[in-house]
Design a protein around this ligand. Sequence first.
Ligand code: HEM
Length: 538
Amino acid sequence: ADPDASTQVCHLIFKKWEPTYVPAVALLLLLLPLSLSALLIPHYGPLLAPLFALATYHTVLLTSISLYRILPWHPLYNYPGPFLARLSKWWIVWKGRNGRQHFYMQELHNLYGDIVRIGPNEVSIRDVGAVEPLMGTQGLPRGPSAGGQALEPPVSGLIIIRDPVEHARRRRPWARAFSTAALKEYEPVVVKRATQLCEQLAVQKGSIDLAMWLSLFSYDVMGDIVFGGGSDLIVNGDSDGVWSMLQSASGGQMAYYHAPWLAHYAKRLPMAPMIKKLRDFATDRAAFRYKNGAKTKDLFYYLSNEDEAEKTSPDMGQVISEGMLATVAASDTTATVLGNTFWNILRYPHYYKRLQAEVDKYYPAGENAFDTKNHSKMVFLDAVLNEALRLYPVIPSGSQRAPIPGKGDRLVGPYLIPDGTQARVHFWSLQRDPRYFSQPETYWPERWLIAEGLERAPEGELFAHDANAFIPFSFGPENCVGKNLAQMEMRMVCCYLVQNLEFELEKGWDPAGRERAVEDQFVMRVRDPVPVVVRRRT
Ligand code: HEM
């Protein structure tokens, strides 16, 4: 009954199994010390003994955990990083509050180098040589962080599945849904929504927030593609409140990524109502969709196995979870990239004019700007989008990977990632590293043309461009499954808007200030508007 021995046992149990089952945690953290207090009653009396036992037990436990984390026998001891990050994950949560994590991690890489210990058991990497070994087919599976989003752990969307075999199985219907043939089926959706958007923008008076309109657009597109309809934000506004709820609810999410175990206790924590509302919304849409059957081959058609490609169909809970994932993964991301692209080309109007000239070349007035046949030739269109994705990757801190628990340490390029620890490539820092991209902090679309040999680098410029360090959709078997859809949607809407409308930033608005509004909330959020004045092109 030595408190020292029992805290050691408790520490070992947490280290090995990370129990999340609430009764087991209560047993280890409350009942065990309270049972020890019986021994102390003769010394401190019945009131003080339990308090004393709890205080001693937790002090010894915390000291033991802290010592283990900072002393040389911790497997990540040799990796540099801030002292307090070695002690606790709450350090990075604190430094990243208000969406500042991307800036802090970049600072850490500048200070400590290509690999930094950002938590007791986690490292961040800024080295192009680690991309393939960490995330490629021979790399590591997903880490536990995304699990923080699942308040109901038994039913989880694709993005939180860690077992590579199960992940590959669950990804099959998604892959069918985004095959080249399936993408063709979604083109009419983009045509309909981009036309609506263009008509609405053309009749707005004075200055409007283009970022918001692009967000409504991508949300409507997503609704049509995932559930075959049901959202009409461009025309009717946010009547069910889901869009504004998604916009406002991102603060504080990072804590769940760094401490995914919180999800097991989070039913009453701030994010829970948002997730529940989103789940209710997805449940309603799914019920509607089940009832009405397939009118088009939407994502639901593949996810619920209406295409009968799999022997067994998933249950409704799983389809709803996937629908929720698609809702978030498809709308916020695409809208953010579109908003960031327009913000930057309008901020540097010669880029806007150049894009307009390219659009006019391939789609002069009267030509169908939705026809995707010219996309592969539109190098400047790709350049402005790629440059927005490079400077502002929508998952700035990257996606966590970890060795399969209990299967031993893994070597990632030159870095050893021990069993029980996690690693991520920090996209924001990698894509802004001067070794991989010249003038890395500048929005400079021409770099993509120079890299292709279509233009010459400026006189005296030692041009650096490493395409392997450009991974906004991530890399390997767990990368973004919606990449082709996102690219098709972004190219189509850009061509159509630029062909038909003339945009100008609101006079007097300082576009540089928007840099400070870029937040890393796992998915990037930019709270400032892009105020523009729009008119039809004559
Ligand atoms: C410009 C837009 C987008 C960007 C930059 C983007 C980026 C990403 C990134 C970085 C990941 C993490 C991958 C990893 O863990 O390695 C991801 C995952 C995912 N994205 Fe996207 N995404 C975009 C649009 C979309 C769209 C339109 C969809 C359609 C539904 C989508 C669906 C998904 C799904 C389902 C996953 C999980 C993939 C898996 O676990 O296998 N994304 N995305």
